[in-house]
Design a protein around this ligand. Structure first.
Ligand code: CA
Length: 491
């Protein structure tokens, strides 16, 4: 985590997009939403990928030109799905004026929509095991030459050719799709990538060879340009497990030397394991990672309902193993229905899931646009703005100090935050996946005689703390409760 992020007490990140946002009009819409974000106590926003992709309906991961932020007439229009470069820069300025840091989503693993095809040697590999060759080395024709005719060399005159890539997925000559490894001097799959599928360097489109000196130089130059041009405060690295980790380490070190307090977080999409640990070690603990395991556990808990043992929700998670390096989240643009990693936390469990990431001690929580404002498109899903606003305010008011867990039962997990000198209020959070329940909990002798209320307003009766410092707290069926002393303004 960047130094700045570590210093922000109870910071909250906001993922500022979902997959099915309409094409066009995004930046003005987000600017209108800034007051919501400020009121909620959000201190950083992760914006969608703005580099020119294959067209105005591309969410941004089919990236074409790193230097075209919606400035050049390329791929059909000047703007990206979200808008023009001018609008992008305007939104970043407005967020900065509101005291919110901005993270750019950067796609460095691959490139799509080349300008010309080229002929070169390649070998087809087994898609399930990329170390296994199927067939002989032969000449193919593939889309690997990028010269950006609409940009005409502005900012960088670098042209991409077949030898800057490790693999492609289509041979124009034979008309066949597959996974083709580029063959040539010093060519081959990257070493420091996920070992899934034998070697998971190749994900999609034309896979960038981060080992090639010209590529390294060009990407370093681009990072300088991107940060200078936009003023963003951090990068969210897309598809990190498909990019050579030694390149990532060098790339981070290069940027960090020039830019103080630059924040890095990456999408390393697999359950936490020794491999994730190794990745963090090699990237010198400079890059935080999304807590994918916690996301899977939240999905399992939401699906399992009463039959899931809620006390196990943090088992195997990144936030448990490396609390200072976990970006915790509930849902994202890839997990939402209809998307590649579809694994959505259902609505009934949204209060539980967000309480788990927002009201506990560890992790840098990321609130998803789709959970907050809702998801548009053919199968719209309503947002939970009112509830999430309350939970974020509770985070800012009461989520301080020591954390005492209450492992009540298979269906009830609770914890007390004991507050600090600066934020003395205590709070008891209870999550319930079963029937309504009431339990006596010790809060503290100094709390005797105080009245506690459920700040979510679900439990209407207040609770009197007795002489022993205990209170009798209720949580509704399949619901949550956040008990704190009455009379506290929550903001
Ligand atoms: Ca790759």
């Amino acid at each position: 985590m960047g130094r700045m992020e570590k210093n922000v007490k109870n910071g909250i990140m906001f993922q500022g997009f979902e997959w099915y946002l309409p094409s066009g009009g995004y930046f003005a819409d987000m600017e209108n939403k800034i007051p919501d974000l400020v009121a909620a106590g959000i201190n950083s926003v992760w914006l969608p990928p703005q580099c020119k992709a294959t067209g105005v309906f591309d969410v941004g991961y089919g990236i074409y030109d790193l230097y075209d932020l919606g400035e050049f007439d390329q791929k059909g229009e000047q703007r990206t799905k979200y808008g023009t470069k001018e609008e992008y820069l305007q939104l970043i300025r407005a967020l900065h004026e509101a005291g919110i840091r901005v993270y750019a989503d950067v796609v460095l693993n691959h490139k799509a929509g080349a300008d010309e095809s080229e002929h070169f040697d390649a070998v087809q590999v087994n898609p399930a095991n990329r170390t296994e060759e199927i067939g002989d080395v032969h000449e193919i024709e593939a889309w690997t030459h990028f010269h950006f005719p609409g940009r005409r060399g502005k900012y960088s005159d670098f042209q991409w050719h077949w030898y800057h890539f490790t693999g492609v997925d289509f041979d124009q000559k034979s008309g066949e799709s597959g996974v083709y490894r580029v063959v040539g001097d010093g060519k081959g799959w990257a070493y420091g990538v996920s070992g899934e599928k034998g070697n998971f360097d190749y994900l999609m489109f034309a896979d960038i060879d981060h080992h090639h000196p010209e590529v390294r130089e060009e990407l370093f130059r681009w990072a300088d340009w991107m940060i200078e041009e936009t003023g963003v405060d951090g990068f969210r690295v897309d598809a990190a497990k498909h990019i050579d980790r030694t390149f990532m380490r060098d790339f981070i070190n290069y940027v960090d030397e020039k830019h103080e307090d630059f924040y890095w977080f990456g999408e390393y999409w697999q359950a936490y394991s020794d491999k994730t640990g190794k990745y963090m070690e090699i990237t010198e603990y400079d890059m935080d990672l999304f807590d994918v395991t916690l996301h899977y556990n939240l999905v399992a808990a939401a699906r399992g309902g009463k039959s899931y043992d809620i006390r196990k929700i943090f088992d195997g998670t990144l936030v448990k193993e490396h609390p200072a390096m976990a970006v915790t989240f509930v849902n994202n643009h890839d997990s939402q229905p209809g998307q590649s990693l579809e694994n959505f936390v259902d609505r009934w469990f949204i209060p539980h899931a967000y309480a788990l990431i927002l009201l506990r001690k560890d992790g840098y929580p990321c609130v998803f646009y789709g959970d907050y404002y809702g998801i548009s498109g053919e199968n719209p899903i309503e947002g939970n703005k009112e509830l999430l606003d309350k939970l974020m305010k509770l985070r800012n008011s009461f989520a301080y100090g020591d954390q005492e867990d209450h492992m009540i039962s298979e269906n009830i997990l609770g914890w007390t935050r004991h507050g600090t000198k600066e934020h003395p209020g205590k709070m008891v959070t209870l999550l319930n996946t079963g029937d309504a329940a009431t339990m006596e909990l010790f809060i503290g002798k100094e709390q005797a005689g105080k009245t506690y209320a459920d700040y979510l307003g679900i439990q209407e009766e207040s609770v009197q703390i007795n002489e022993e410092g205990k209170g009798s707290f209720t949580v509704g069926p399949g619901s949550i409760a956040c008990w704190a002393e009455t009379g506290n303004p929550i903001d």
